[in-house]
Design a protein around this ligand. Structure first.
Ligand code: XMP
Length: 542
């Protein structure tokens, strides 16, 4: 399967480059920009992209392994990536008098077919150039005098082109915007084609990936399933595989994938009902996994243990610590109870975005797992030491996991589900957690989420939930004064949970949902809407 490698120099949009190309059906991998490349690059690698960066090439910006310039593969430099290619090969990069940011017109001015160096054409490079520039052309082929709106964010520009570089496009402000090398398969853009504000971004990336690099599109979820079938089965053989299921999308899809690609008799799934779950969560998870063919599903009911340990605690950190420790001790106890042999493998629903690359070279990544109940778990550490960890989703982004889930027949209810924190409702009940409060919050949250689904708003929102505040406020019910709990609603949009914007709720929906909650959940007297973005606030309240 063809692959494009992306050298990440730290731009905020590097992940987007990877996403855009994957969406075209070509597999991408991102490694640190200065990672050492293996002496022999894998044959499936068809091209390399050098990303943008917040740094300057003459400042603290990292440089790629020099092999990148000697490997003969097509290169595409984006913003800093282009400046890097120019600087590393004898050109000059200097600061602009004023930083350029936002939408800027770019005009294509060159003709691909023109003799590139005046001393005879290199037909291969001429063809690559033609292919590359076709990404910029207007509807009718061959029209390369098109102007279009590009999206830029740069403080530096190319002031002297490196030998062999030629300018094919200029920005409305007069700076080099599109470049190509006369004899080498090197191309560069001063703007960010991966950003949606860029008028021709998709076409330009496609021209590089398909036209210049000659990739064929073969990155499909069907193919992924087949690859996992071969690679996981080769690793595990007939040994048992244990997967800890949290009820979220990732671990459920990982479970579905194992059940599909291994013998279901080998697959042991363990799920803990901590009593801090959403309404009907355990039932939904159970039904969903059984439908997928789970034969060994171990549900551990441990609500009493969790609520007992949380009794009297109201400090957020203390609550999180108690929950984390209890997860680990129950996990150890229950895994031992299963009596699985030493040869057992441990599977995790780690995603591509959960991995941190170490810079050791193509395909050699250091892994850091951030799923709450696996952090610092002795079981995970031990299995990792023995080389008995499998992570069948580790090449996928979140929305690819959802696509895979659908392909494998995971219930839509689970596939679409918003993220849920490991410590569950405990971080959404401010102050002390009790069973009564869990039940109230579960009910109110269920009304809220159900309404969002009914109103077609659920999928527009990255994460929505209710929070029970440690406050009662006065209200009237009939002629009687009553003191009900105060509930906060949260709804945010986000790409990855690292930053978040408040969902701009239509006020009609918000008011109607609030009324419905106070009418149906009798203990809630008042509803508020949280209008804080992240930063400075976090998504969860504790
Ligand atoms: P914050 O509150 O840090 O949340 O802005 C970012 C995202 O992470 C989720 N979250 C957690 N997930 N264990 C988890 O597995 C946790 O302890 C935890 N705390 C927060 C949160 O729901 C949001 O999606």
């Amino acid at each position: 399967m063809d692959k494009i490698l992306i050298l990440d120099f730290g731009s905020q949009t590097t992940q987007l480059i990877g996403r855009r190309i994957r969406d075209m059906g070509v597999y991408t991998e991102i490694i640190p920009g200065d990672a050492a490349l293996t002496a022999e690059l894998p044959p499936e690698l068809k091209g390399i992209i050098l990303s943008g960066s917040p740094e300057s090439v003459y400042g603290h910006g990292a440089a790629p392994d020099r092999k990148v310039y000697d490997c003969g593969l097509p290169l595409l430099g984006i913003c800093y990536g282009l400046q890097r290619m120019n600087y590393d090969n004898g050109g000059k990069v200097e600061a602009l008098p004023k930083r350029e940011y936002g939408r800027i017109t770019v005009t294509i001015e060159g003709e691909a077919s023109r003799d590139p160096n005046g001393s005879g054409e290199d037909p291969v490079q001429t063809e690559r150039l033609r292919q590359f520039l076709s990404g910029f052309s207007a509807k009718e082929a061959g029209n390369q005098d098109a102007s279009f709106t590009a999206w830029m964010s740069h403080g530096d520009t190319l002031t002297t082109l490196a030998p062999g570089f030629r300018q094919f496009g200029v920005s409305g402000t007069g700076y080099p915007a599109v470049l190509a090398h006369e004899t080498k398969p090197w191309f560069g853009l001063q703007f960010h084609p991966e950003v949606t504000h860029n008028e021709k971004g998709k076409e330009i990336l496609a021209a590089f990936v398909f036209g210049v690099c000659g990739c064929t599109s073969g990155w499909t979820m069907e193919q992924y399933v087949e690859e996992v079938r071969t690679s996981v089965a080769a690793k595990t053989g007939t040994n048992p595989v244990l997967l800890l299921i949290s009820g979220g999308v990732d671990s459920t899809v990982a479970g579905a994938l194992l059940l599909k690609t291994l013998n279901p008799d080998q697959v042991h799934l363990m799920y803990m009902d901590t009593g801090l779950m959403r309404k009907d969560e355990t039932g939904t998870v159970k039904a969903s996994l059984e439908k997928l063919g789970a034969k060994h599903l171990h549900i551990v009911y441990c609500e009493d243990e969790f609520l007992g340990a949380l009794r009297g605690l109201d400090d957020p950190e203390a609550k999180r610590k108690v929950i984390g420790d209890l997860f680990i001790s129950i996990q150890e106890r229950e895994v031992a109870r299963l009596g699985l042999p030493e040869t057992c493998f441990l599977a995790q629903g780690t995603l591509y975005t959960d991995l941190i690359e170490s810079g050791k070279g193509v395909g050699k990544k250091a892994r850091l797992i951030k799923s709450h109940h696996n952090v610092g778990s002795p079981l995970v550490d031990a299995k990792r030491k023995q080389g008995k960890i499998i992570e069948p989703l580790d090449r996928l982004y979140k929305d690819e996991v959802r696509r895979l889930g659908r392909l494998l027949g995971v219930d839509e209810e689970v596939v679409r589900r918003h993220p849920f924190p490991g410590p569950g409702l405990a971080v959404r009940i401010l102050g002390e957690v009790t069973k009564e409060k869990c039940d109230i919050l579960r009910e109110a949250d269920a009304v809220y989420i159900e309404e969002l689904k009914k109103r077609g708003l659920y999928d527009e929102i990255w994460q929505a939930f209710a929070v029970l505040l440690p406050l009662r406020s006065v209200g009237v019910a009939g002629d009687v004064r009553k003191y009900g709990w105060v509930l906060a609603l949260r709804a945010i949009t986000s790409a990855d949970g690292m930053t978040a914007d408040v969902y701009p709720f239509p006020s009609k929906d918000l008011i109607e949902i609030s009324t419905l909650i106070t009418n149906t959940v009798k203990d809630i007297g008042r509803v508020t809407y949280d209008i804080s973005s992240k930063p400075p606030a976090t998504i969860e309240w504790e």
